[in-house]
Design a protein around this ligand. Sequence first.
Ligand code: RB5
Length: 144
Amino acid sequence: MIGIGCDHGGVELKNVLRDHLKDLGYEVVDHGVFDKQSVDYPDIAKDVCPHVVSGEYEFAVLVCGTGIGISIAANKIDGVRCALVNNEYSAAKTKEHNNANVLAFGGRTTGPDLAISIIDSYINAEFQGGRHQNRIDKIHELEK
Ligand code: RB5
């Protein structure tokens, strides 16, 4: 299961990515928002991310205007490794090296076709473990 959520700056891209993930066969939980009424992106991160940390969601996708604010907010939550992804290479590497469990996109900065290509790169990559797990362990040590 995958969770997806956005603020008012990311509604269209959220819908595109949600539908793409469904087309790939994933069960997707859409946390909204569903219109362009102004909301606060930390509230969306707070709503979606605990389901990733608990293991209920395999990963989550968050979208705000730039992807910056919502990724900063998500990374304040213990257990979250959120990557703001703007290209396919970074998306693959953040799975291989960081085992990112949340992806953030900018609805005003990344077009739909590129965003789909980026999320596919993440999905098709595999975490490499080993020294990378050691580094991830050190990231989570910083939460204490
Ligand atoms: C909302 O206008 C905008 O600030 C937000 O979507 C995001 O870009 C913040 O980082």
